[in-house]
Write a protein that binds this ligand. Structure first.
Ligand SMILES: [Zn+2]
Ligand SMILES: [Zn+2]
Length: 144
């Protein structure tokens, strides 16, 4: 802050100095005015850098908040979310309420992950299958 005041005081001095000099010697006045312009340009460039740094920081904070809203700490948290309820409802609709295993006529009761996403909530509906309880249990049984 002291730096900026010094710069701006110095700039005012060069402006008045430039005006006074211009009255006596137009060339010296023009040189001083040019020096003044250079200082002004430098201060403006510093301001732009600071503004850009603030902009990037705000963007990062926004991204972090957004990320926290869209993603979940654990699988359990995800299963409690509206996002999961919506996805689950989409599978029930797709499967007409029936188990999606071929030739199974039992009612769909559970939605199973065929594969798990890196981040909960990022899986497409193609990663999910609607199953009856029996078929779901079979999916989770260890295979030998
Ligand atoms: Zn499952
Ligand atoms: Zn089934």
């Amino acid at each position: 802050m002291g730096n900026k005041n010094t710069s701006s005081n110095w700039m005012m001095a060069t402006v008045y100095g430039g005006l006074a000099m211009a009255a006596i010697n137009p060339i010296a006045g023009a040189i001083t005015a040019f020096a003044c312009y250079q200082v002004h340009k430098k201060l403006k460039a510093e301001e732009d850098v600071e503004r850009e740094r603030n902009r990037q920081q705000n963007q990062q904070e926004f991204n972090e908040k957004f990320y926290a809203r869209q993603h979940y700490a654990s699988y359990e948290d995800y299963l409690m979310s509206d996002a999961w309820q919506e996805k689950r409802a989409a599978i029930f609709k797709r499967a007409f309420g029936k188990c999606e295993k071929p030739e199974c006529n039992r009612a769909l009761s559970e939605v199973h992950h065929i594969w798990y996403p890196k981040t909960w909530g990022d899986e497409p509906v193609s990663a999910l299958i609607g199953l009856c309880r029996e078929h779901h249990e079979a999916e989770h049984k260890p295979r030998f």
